[in-house]
Design a protein around this ligand. Structure first.
Ligand code: ZN
Length: 433
């Protein structure tokens, strides 16, 4: 955008949880930073009128699969960050389960360097906990942190060996980074395809019982109580897991949790369509789980909303249900889904929503506070809370369109995404340095 690095965002409703701010005002951006909030009359600054729109600190998606290197047919750092920009995300944390796995400092550097060249938004690499994500031997975590790793996870796979999880949590204290756990007891999930309930019985699909998740959350909570350190539960999906996190938080241990937009909006009854875009891990649960998760968000037991953006090639998702891979894309639909499900229904305030999309993920990853305070880097997400739109997967900028939300009517849409002062997305158009 041609704004000479100096512009005024005029008359937006500025919501900044860390400053306790919610008012209609102006923001002056200069040289990549927030120069101030209030009324400005700078002759040489471009004025961008955003009346009726919400101005938030930049969103962070702390659970994105960018697929590069290895599956560039499904997504690249370029296309994934473009989808992120369109979704209002100024940064994404990239999961380590690429080919090869991000399990050494050289691979971390590859991600950060490629992201600097190709990325529309910031990319924060997550390193693997174990070499090759095989669950056997810890990676060189401090080397990887030096190279730019923001967290560690074997996501895609659980860490089955309790001793390895103990060591990982001990190291999380040394390197002061969080361990993000994909919680799944594989002996219980086995070759399951969907949640185990009366619908799986009716459909004749193999079930994944909710305890496949909650027993691992309970195990890791117990290990955390023993070791200390930082544990973040990825894509929490059941009532039982939520109750474990609630109890652990009472003990003031360092545990946090995320939910995905799909786990709070779709339940297992949707599977009657046999649409492979409803196949994910953890599986879609029941209506009572959804009710509990929404309550958990409101009460702050769940800290973060993260997409688990997982692109899969069409030819793979088109296989019969049993053979299709797990996971869906999420970056371009996340805000609309969560606003429609949580804010429009009165469950969360806009301030609470912004905490879960911006403030909290940034804090957990330790990547610098997300706030519109004077002097901070200008990471800003601007969205229209009244905009009604219909999801059309044909116009996704992600390389993949494996979504169950095609044709869904949603309220609320990102309008502008600003990364360190640069407008990288504005009303359907993308800009890159
Ligand atoms: Zn996972």
């Amino acid at each position: 955008m041609s704004h000479n690095g100096r512009y005024i965002l005029k008359n937006g409703r500025v919501i900044d949880p860390l400053q306790g701010l919610d008012e209609v005002t102006d923001i002056l951006v200069e040289n990549g930073r927030i120069s101030g909030i209030g009324q400005f009359n700078k002759k040489d600054a471009e004025v961008i009128n955003i009346k009726g729109l919400i101005v938030s600190p930049g969103f962070i998606d702390m659970h994105t699969h960018l697929r590069e290197p290895g599956r560039e047919d499904e997504e690249t750092i370029k296309t994934g960050t473009k989808a992120a920009a369109k979704g209002g995300f100024t940064g994404v944390a990239a999961m380590a389960n690429t080919y090869p796995v991000i399990d050494n400092s050289g691979m971390v550097k590859f991600i950060t360097e490629t992201a600097q060249k190709d990325g529309y938004v910031d990319v924060f690499p997550i390193g693997a906990v174990t070499k090759g994500q095989k669950g056997e031997e810890l990676t060189e975590m401090s080397d990887m942190v030096k190279a730019g790793c923001c967290a560690f996870s074997d996501d895609g796979n659980p860490i089955e060996n309790s001793h390895i999880m103990r060591k990982a949590l001990e190291y999380s204290k040394v390197v002061n980074k969080v361990i993000i756990a994909h919680e799944e007891d594989k002996s219980l999930s086995d070759d399951g395809e969907m949640n185990e309930d009366f619908i799986s019985t009716k459909l004749g699909l193999r079930g994944i019982p909710p305890i496949a998740e909650s027993v691992m959350v309970a195990r890791d909570a117990a290990i955390l109580g023993f070791t200390g350190g930082k544990l973040h539960i990825a894509h929490l999906s059941t009532l039982e897991s939520l109750e474990v996190v609630r109890e652990v938080k009472k003990k003031k241990l360092n545990i946090t949790a995320e939910v995905t937009p799909h786990h709070i909006s779709l339940d297992s009854s949707h599977l009657v369509s046999f649409d492979s875009n409803l196949k994910m891990k953890p599986p879609l649960r029941t209506k009572s789980d959804i009710k509990a998760l929404k309550k958990g968000l409101k009460e702050g037991i769940i800290d973060v909303i993260a997409t688990d953006h997982a692109p899969h090639a069409l030819f793979e998702k088109e296989m019969e249900f049993g053979s299709a891979p797990f996971g869906i894309v999420g970056l371009e639909t996340a805000l609309g889904i969560v606003y429609t499900e949580l804010v429009k229904t009165g469950i969360l305030t806009l301030t609470e929503l912004i905490e879960k999309l911006s403030v909290n993920p940034a804090k957990i990853l330790g990547i610098g506070e997300r706030s519109l305070k004077k002097g901070n880097n200008a990471y800003i997400t601007i969205f229209d809370p009244k905009k009604e739109w219909v999801v059309d997967k044909k116009i996704f900028v992600s390389k993949c369109a494996n979504t169950p939300f095609d044709g869904y009517k949603l309220t609320c849409k990102p309008v502008m995404t600003i990364r360190k002062g640069d407008i990288v997305f504005r009303e359907g158009k993308f800009y890159k340095k």
